[in-house]
Structures are given as structure tokens and as C-alpha cells.
Design a binder for this molecule. Structure first.
Ligand code: ADP
Length: 665
């Protein structure tokens, strides 16, 4: 096969995988074309690509799943090839054919391999025909399977032939459940995959999920890049993936990798793929399926082998000989990937699309983050709520776990809910640490993991959170922009006793603020004194010293006037409840230039003017109200007098030197 040139590639995807592919294109000096739905116009993948082509609005069928629009965009842009990423059209044989019909290189296998492996029943039969081990199974119509009800080796698993993403699978424990489960599974298969064909397999108890990354070129070379273990799953969806498998013996590792290569050779597979197996308690492995595309968890393999799989995919698609032989592959150390989602682990992992107010990645040795975002944004409910993947690589499993723990703790993703605390709980869980895992790990440990999430939160003193939040709130202009002359520059420091209520995680705390100045706060919360001092700020990092202990704190404001405070790896929601009804009497402070003119005590905004020229006022009457530092400050008359002049209107911004009102006797 003669090698073809590729100058420009359209990436038919979005999110982190589009970003990741564009990264390799940049490295290879290949021009990149992004495509985007209307609600993605501002996305990172569009900003990073050399050009971005709109797909319009509507449903996924109108945008990322619209073959014609994507082909037209590629032709229009003058692209030579299309990389489909994962999901969307990546395993759609029709799409691969449409690319080829339009002289576009599809970066993936041929349509026939995709059809064969996209149909679980065909793939299973293919494996059997090629002496690849599969679990016992039965293929047939619902009636045919039911006719065997009494003879089935329970428990069995019903699967959809066109299935994927763990959807539509049902465990059947005994014959009495079979009828209903078959009907339901077949209905779901029709609904999700447009194909009601189902089959059953023996359900392996307590299995592990092991998969092998393969690469195959057009010159007959097929290699594996070792295995990944993905046994930490939730509803058959992977949560944490690692490589090497901490479970396989060396002999089984070699056998499973060679089996994966054998499958690829038997089917003349080309490009990158993943062969998935389940492993029983005796280290017997059985072929499950093959994913004919790049996989979400491919970075785990990249970190260990140093091979850029996307680069190899492109090389293979160009018809070149692969850059590696089996003997040249060296896998180093241990890598672990955690999938970061906007979801609520305590509420059945419900997706939690919401505004994301602060994003800050940990920068540490051994850490790679493949992210869909790089700044505050809104997580859309139109797509999968995965935000990013955190991949940590260390010398051993223990060190990869240590790096993961540290990285998760320092990964700031402030939004309504993320699964970061859940991942932290897994990383610290005894059974995970000891590799006592099977595919039901998450389900079995759910209560324990939730308890450990609660415990982590309980261990953080909320008073610390409150003090740090207040420190930020009083200093935020200064903290967010060093160049701004903050209010304290203008008025020096404040010494007073102000009582305010701060809610942290919904619980009110009564705070007596004693002294505020630039870079420090003194207050009492529940009878204990707190002193917060700024130690270092800039570059998104705020180091503060609270009662002698240095802490990193990240705070962002949400659109409903709450604040998200990140402390010791966790996020807390804080809110000041005093803001609208607290009034401070400034009559004794600087609000009075002399007996008759009244100035604003601080830069702020006039929110109420109670008097007009000619009005008679008594001592103590509130002349006007200035809102500053989120407090309402009553400006009171010092003596009975007549209003000579009102200098301000409601809504006016005022500075310390502005005269608000003048009285005369
Ligand atoms: P999908 O294509 O929907 O992802 P797979 O066949 O790849 O479905 O299986 C997904 C997961 O379901 C596996 O990782 C494993 O946890 C579980 N699984 C699949 N088949 C079996 C089986 N026969 N016994 C036990 N668990 C299974």
C-alpha cells in the first residue's frame, strides 16, 4: 500500500477526546478542523483547532451524528482525513464507508471489521470459529431461549447484540425471572440500539475486566501494548482503569495479549483497537467484544509505553509501517486513570450539569489530564457529563495511587457536584488498595464509599472554611487582581465588632468580625479566635495562614451569590446571610466630616435616600443607606437639623470623599 500524505484532519468529535486528538495533530504539524454544535461554539476543542466548522443546532442526529454534515465540512475545509474519536460515529460502518466514498481517509479500521465486531453475536461466533475462549452462551429468539429456561446455567446475563455502553444487560438469577427479563431486554435493545436481537451468556460471578490495546498496520504487523484492568465499574461503565493489571500472573498476561493479537490477525484488523475479556477467579479469560476505535482509557497505556496511540493511528491510516515492533514495546511503571464527571455520587450518580465557576489543574510530576475544559464554563446537559480524565503514572501501583490521591486533592473543579470525592474515597479504600476488586466493587462498596466521603467532609472544621471564606470575601477584589487598589488601601484597616451569619454547607455560623485589613482577618467563630493571614497569591493559588497553619484555598462565586470554597481537597458552599438586612451604624466613624456634612464610609453604592432638601431630621434618623462590602451602612444624623442639600441619588456609586448629604441648623 503506497503511503498517502495527510495535511489536514477533521476531528468528528467534541470534548476531551477532540482536544486530545488536536494535541497530536499540532505535534505532527497536521492542520486540524473541529466541528461543533451551536451550544459548543465556545468549547476548548474549537478554540484549539486551526479551524472550526459549525454543525448547527438540534439533536445529536442533526450535529455530531450527522454523517452528511460532517463529510461536507471535511470536504469544504479541504481535509484529507477524518478522526472519529470514540462514541458518536466512531464505530459506524456507514460513516467509514461514506468517508472512503468521498476520498477521505477514515482513521480507523475498515467498515467490515466494524460491522463484525459491532454485532456481539457475530463477534462471538467469530471468536468461537477461531478457537478464542468465550463464555457459554445461547443465541436465538426470545421464544427459543425461553424454551430452554429449565436447562440454563443460572445466573445468566441477557445482552443486546448491538449493545454497548453497558446498556440493556440483565442478570437473571433463576428461571422464574427469565420471561420478564427477556421481554424487557429485547424492548430496551430495540429502543436503544434499533435492533431487538438479544442473546444470553453465562454470568461469571466476581469477574475482572481486562482489555488489551492492539495496533495493526496494512503490512501485516499486529502488536499489543499490553493490558488494562477496568474492574472498577458502575453499571458496567468504567470508573477507574489501570495498567498493568494488578491481578494477572505473568503467564496469563502473555496469554491474554497473544490472544488479542490472534483475533486481530484472524480478521485482518487494521488500526488501533481494544479486545475486551472477562477474567474469572481462576484467571481463565473469555472474549467479550472488540472496540474498533480509540478508547476512553487509552492514556493509561500511553503513559506506560510512551507511545502516542493517535499518532500511530494516523501513521497506519496513511499506509505506513507502524513505528514499533512487538519487541520494541517497553511498558514502564503503573498508570491509573480516574474519570472525572459532573455527577452526584450520593444521588445515584445523576448527571449534574451546571455552571462551573473555577477550574484549576494540579501540576505535578506523573500527572496527565485530558480535559474538555480549561476555564469556567457551563456543563451542558446535552452531552455526557465527563469533564476530564486524570491519569497518574508512578513506578509502582502504590506510587501511582499516591500521585492520584494528591492530584485528586489538588484538582479544583468547582461546580454543583463532581465525583472527585467519590474517587478519593475509592483511592483510599482498603479493598481497592489491596486489589480486592471485581466488577461489582462499586455496587458492593457504595455505602462504605459514601460514608467515607462524609467522614472526609466531617474532618474539615467548618469554622476554618467560614473564616477563610470571609477573608476571601472581604479581600476578593485584591485577591482576584493584584493591581486593583483594594478598599483597604483607601480606608486603612477596620476595627469593630460586627456580627454576621455565614452559612457553610447549609449550617449557620455566627461570626464576630473584629478586625479586617488588607491581607488579614481576625474574627471569633463559636467562641474561638481565628486569624487569617495572606501568605501568597497569584496564578490562581491562594495560600493563607489560618491560626498558624498554611492552607491552599480556592474560592469562586456562583451566580446565586453563594461561594464555593475549596479546602483540603473538598468544596464547601458558603453564603453570607447578613448581606441584605445587616445595617452598620457609621454615625460615630468617619461618615461625618464635620457636624453638617456626611460622607460615605467606604467606596460603595447609594441604595436608599430617605430625605430631600428642606426636610427636618432628628438625631439618629437614617439619612441614606450606602451599600459597601456587601453591607448596608446607615448614615445617621448626628443632631436635629434641616436637610440643606442632597448630593446623591439612589444607585449612585460613591467614594470615601464624596459628600452625600449636607445639613444645616
Ligand atoms: P458493552 O458493550 O455494553 O460495554 P460488554 O460486553 O463489553 O458490554 O460488557 C461490559 C461489562 O459487563 C464487562 O466489563 C463486565 O463487567 C460485564 N459483563 C459482560 N459480560 C459478562 C459476563 N458474561 N459475566 C459477567 N459480567 C459480564
Amino acid at each position: 500500500m503506497p503511503s498517502k500524505k495527510i495535511h489536514k484532519i477533521l476531528v468528528a468529535n467534541r470534548g476531551e477526546i477532540a482536544v486530545r486528538i488536536i494535541g497530536t495533530l499540532r505535534k505532527l504539524s497536521i492542520a486540524s478542523v473541529a466541528v461543533y454544535a451551536d451550544n459548543d461554539a465556545d468549547s476548548l476543542h474549537c478554540r484549539l483547532a486551526d479551524e472550526a466548522r459549525p454543525l448547527g443546532g438540534g439533536t445529536l442526529k442533526d450535529t455530531y451524528l450527522n454523517i452528511q454534515k460532517i463529510i461536507d465540512s471535511a470536504l469544504d475545509a479541504g481535509a484529507d482525513a477524518i478522526h472519529p474519536g470514540y462514541g458518536f460515529l466512531s464505530e459506524n460502518a456507514e460513516f467509514a464507508e461514506a468517508c472512503r466514498a468521498n476520498n477521505l481517509i477514515f482513521i480507523g479500521p475498515d467498515a467490515e471489521s466494524m460491522r463484525l465486531m459491532g454485532d456481539k453475536i457475530r463477534a462471538r461466533q467469530f471468536a468461537i470459529d477461531n478457537d478464542i475462549p468465550v463464555v457459554w452462551g445461547l443465541v436465538g429468539s426470545v421464544e427459543e431461549i425461553e424454551a430452554q429456561a429449565a436447562a440454563l446455567p443460572y445466573p445468566v446475563l441477557i445482552k443486546a447484540s448491538a449493545g454497548g455502553g453497558g446498556k440493556g444487560m440483565h442478570i437473571v438469577e433463576d428461571a422464574s425471572q427469565l420471561h420478564l427479563s427477556l421481554e424487557q431486554a429485547s424492548r430496551e435493545a430495540e429502543k436503544y440500539f434499533g435492533n431487538g436481537q438479544i442473546f444470553i451468556e453465562q454470568y461469571i460471578r466476581n469477574p475482572r475486566h481486562i482489555e488489551v490495546q492492539v495496533l495493526a498496520d496494512h503490512h501485516g504487523n499486529v502488536i499489543h501494548l499490553f493490558e488494562r484492568e477496568c474492574s472498577v465499574q458502575r453499571r458496567y461503565q468504567k470508573v477507574i482503569e489501570e495498567s498493568p493489571s494488578p491481578t494477572l500472573t505473568e503467564e496469563r498476561r502473555q496469554a491474554i495479549c497473544e490472544t488479542a493479537v490472534a483475533i486481530c490477525k484472524s480478521m485482518n484488523y487494521r488500526n488501533a483497537g481494544t479486545v475486551e475479556f472477562i477474567l474469572d477467579e481462576n484467571q481463565n479469560f473469555y472474549f467479550l467484544e472488540m472496540n474498533t476505535r480509540i478508547q476512553v482509557e487509552h492514556p493509561v497505556t500511553e503513559q506506560r509505553t510512551g507511545i502516542d496511540i493517535v499518532e500511530e493511528q494516523i501513521r497506519i491510516a496513511r499506509g505506513k509501517v507502524m513505528g514499533y515492533t512487538q519487541d520494541s514495546i517497553v511498558a514502564n511503571g503503573h498508570a491509573i486513570e480516574c474519570r472525572i464527571y459532573a455527577e452526584d455520587p450520593e444521588n445515584n450518580f445523576m448527571p449534574a450539569p451546571a455552571e462551573l465557576t473555577l477550574y484549576h489543574e494540579p501540576k505535578m510530576r506523573g500527572v496527565r489530564i485530558d480535559s474538555s475544559i480549561d476555564r469556567p464554563t457551563v456543563i451542558s446537559d446535552s452531552y455526557d457529563p465527563m469533564i476530564s480524565k486524570l491519569i497518574c503514572h508512578g513506578k509502582t501501583r502504590e506510587s501511582a495511587i499516591d500521585i492520584s490521591r494528591n492530584a485528586l486533592k489538588n484538582y479544583i473543579v468547582q461546580t454543583r457536584k463532581t465525583n472527585i470525592p467519590y474517587l478519593q474515597s475509592i483511592i483510599d479504600n482498603e479493598d481497592f488498595l489491596n486489589n480486592k476488586i471485581d466488577t461489582s466493587y462499586c455496587e458492593k462498596h457504595q455505602n462504605e464509599l459514601v460514608e467515607s466521603m462524609h467522614k472526609m467532609r466531617d474532618e474539615v472544621k467548618k469554622e476554618d472554611v467560614v473564616a477563610l471564606f470571609l477573608f476571601y470575601d472581604f479581600n476578593k477584589l485584591y485577591l482576584e487582581n493584584n493591581n486593583i487598589n483594594n478598599v483597604w488601601e483607601e480606608i486603612g484597616y477596620w476595627r469593630f465588632n460586627m456580627n454576621i451569619i455565614v452559612e457553610a454547607d447549609g449550617v449557620p455560623y455566627s461570626v464576630n468580625v473584629e478586625k479586617i485589613r488588607r491581607k488579614s482577618l481576625n474574627c471569633t467563630i463559636n467562641g474561638q479566635s481565628y486569624e487569617v493571614l495572606l501568605s501568597q497569591n497569584g496564578g490562581g493559588v491562594n495560600k493563607v495562614i489560618i491560626n498558624g497553619t498554611t492552607e491552599s484555598v480556592f474560592v469562586s462565586e456562583t451566580s446565586d451569590n453563594s461561594y464555593c470554597v475549596h479546602l483540603r481537597g473538598l468544596d464547601f458552599i458558603c453564603r453570607r446571610n447578613d448581606e441584605l438586612n445587616y445595617t452598620k451604624d457609621y454615625s460615630n466613624i468617619d461618615s461625618k466630616n464635620n457636624d453638617m456634612t456626611y460622607c460615605s464610609p467606604m467606596p460603595g453604592k447609594v441604595i436608599k435616600v430617605n430625605v430631600k432638601e428642606g426636610d427636618e431630621v432628628k438625631e439618629g434618623d437614617v439619612l441614606c443607606v450606602v451599600e459597601a462590602m456587601k453591607m448596608e451602612n446607615n448614615i445617621k444624623a448626628m443632631a436635629s437639623a434641616k436637610v440643606a442639600k442632597v448630593f446623591v441619588n439612589e444607585g449612585d456609586k460613591v467614594d470615601v470623599k464624596n459628600i452625600l448629604i449636607e445639613l444645616s441648623i
